[in-house]
Write a protein that binds this ligand. Structure first.
Ligand code: URQ
Ligand code: ZN
Ligand code: ZN
Length: 487
């Protein structure tokens, strides 16, 4: 089965150019003009549209068991909703409970993801440590295509890593050529601040950001960066939300350390006034970690994205409906943390990035698809429009406007953090490995059509690592052993 995408402007992270795209089966086979098209090929019209690589969302949590409940979006509905917004791949997370074998958790999550409509992969979280974790990391990296291990520095009493786990796991990752990623918030400080704020009688959602100020993220980001620097491993900061973390990231990168930054569509566009909404439900909808920040932080994140200091955008799509959020009706600490976004990331970043002159279309492609493919070592199979790549393609119509709303979105959640936002720029057609799964507002996602994507270790950037001089040439001093005086 062949598909011929005609009359469009192809956009890659490198350039924009007029070209047609020929797809055969699940691969792109040619990009150019006057292509040799087989008879009977399905034609997709891309007149006045951009033809871009499908979005890769490197941070989602479909049907995550968390804080006493389970995220409402599952792997089928979530990957399908992504199609409607031009997203064609997710990298989700296996999050073992402490003492749960990593391999067992991995197999469990693989089972859950069988129903995915779109392609997917998994970061695996290291939430505890013993020799079996060391061994399982090796098996996951060498036999299961896992090249990234996640570490939550927050969530004390649940999945939080202390420095011992970080150091052990980062050391193991170095042996395996796997990328270490961190949720950088100091969980001890969060726990203490939550207690103090609650005991002062602040029990509503406004307590959430008060217990997780930017300093708490900045400390953890810097600590993870320094640990990675001393151990000589690359590092990836997920959902970088504030200036304090950006300062740590910028310093490290300017000193040649291999640290990558990710930011969320939500953190680019939503500020902390949402927590002061009078309606409890509406304020609780925005409870996620790190919290939405005051306005100066959004501006700083945009500048970091424009300057290349932050390389990827994501959503942290982790859906809890209003009744689930109400588990914390009397105590903000019990409100399940998480919001949605997999359907809206591309549209809000196109509108507020490209339409507002912050990003070129090529830079948009880089931060929504290509950079994630390169960092997680699946480029050029994913993340570009080129012969040989998987045919994950979005025909993007830059002229059409839509208003984002829970009333019309495909995400399995009863609210939308971008509710009412009008954006110009929509996915007209989305193809997932060559199959049209979204066209002109009609979703034709197929349960189980998604495939697990193996991600090889030792991505190209492993050959260019800044090692701390202190470890470069440890030298032993030869000396005469002194007479030991009898004590
Ligand atoms: O922390 C995360 O990334 C997961 C548990 C989703 N929730 C959130 O608030 N970000
Ligand atoms: Zn997180
Ligand atoms: Zn997350």
């Amino acid at each position: 089965m062949a598909t011929h995408i005609v009359n469009g402007t192809v956009v890659t992270a490198e350039r924009e150019f007029r070209a047609d795209v020929l797809i055969e089966g699940d691969k792109i086979v040619a990009v150019g003009e006057n292509l040799d098209v087989p008879a009977g090929a399905e034609q997709v019209d891309a007149t006045d549209c951009y033809v871009m690589p499908g979005g890769i969302d490197p941070h989602t949590h479909m049907q995550l068991p968390f804080m006493g409940t389970v995220a409402s979006e599952d792997f089928f509905s979530g990957t399908a909703a992504g199609f409607a917004g031009g997203n064609t791949m997710i990298i989700d997370f296996v999050i073992p409970n402490p003492q749960e074998p990593l391999m067992a958790a991995y197999e469990k999550w693989r089972g859950w993801a069988e129903k995915s409509a779109g392609d997917y992969s998994f970061h695996v979280a290291v939430t505890w440590w013993d020799d079996s974790v060391h061994a399982d990391m090796g098996k996951l990296a060498t036999e299961r295509g896992v090249n990234s291990f996640k570490h939550f520095m927050a969530y004390k009493g649940a999945i939080m890593c202390d420095d011992e786990v970080l150091v052990n796991s980062f050391t193991r990752a170095r042996e395996l050529g796997a990328l270490c990623t961190v949720h950088a918030e100091n969980g001890e400080l969060v726990f203490r601040l939550q207690k103090e704020i609650f005991e002062r009688g602040i029990t509503g959602p406004e307590g959430h950001p008060l217990s997780r100020p930017p300093e708490v993220e900045g400390e953890a980001a810097n600590r993870a960066i320094r640990i990675a620097e001393v151990l000589g491993v690359p590092l990836y900061l997920v959902h970088t939300s504030c200036i304090d973390a950006l300062e740590a990231l910028t310093r490290a990168r300017l000193e040649g350390q291999r640290v990558f930054g990710e930011c969320l569509a939500g953190h680019l566009l939503i500020d902390d006034s949402v927590y002061r909404k009078k309606d409890w439900n509406e304020a609780a909808h925005y409870v996620m970690s790190p919290p939405f920040r005051s306005k100066e932080h959004q501006d700083a994140l945009w500048r970091a994205l424009q300057s290349g200091m932050i390389q990827t955008t994501a959503t942290d799509h982790c859906c809890f409906c209003t009744p689930q959020k109400q588990m914390g009706i009397d105590d903000f600490r019990q409100i399940p943390n998480g919001t949605a976004g997999v359907e809206d990331r591309m549209g809000v970043i196109w509108h507020h990035g490209v339409n507002k002159g912050r990003l070129t279309p090529s830079e948009f492609v880089a931060v929504t698809s290509t950079n994630a493919a390169k960092i997680f070592n699946i480029f050029p199979r994913k993340g570009t429009i080129a012969a040989g790549a998987d045919a994950d393609v979005v025909v993007w119509d830059p002229k059409v406007s839509r208003t984002i709303s829970a009333k019309t979105h495909h995400q399995k959640i009863d609210f939308n953090i971008f509710e009412g936002m009008e954006v110009t720029g929509v996915a007209r057609t989305t193809l997932s490995r060559g199959k049209v799964v979204w066209h002109d507002g009609k979703l034709s996602a197929e349960e189980g059509a998604g495939r697990y994507v193996d991600r090889p270790c030792f991505a190209p950037y492993w050959s260019a690592q800044k090692t701390t001089n202190r470890l470069a040439e440890p030298t032993k001093v030869e000396r005469v052993r002194p007479e030991v005086e009898k004590s």
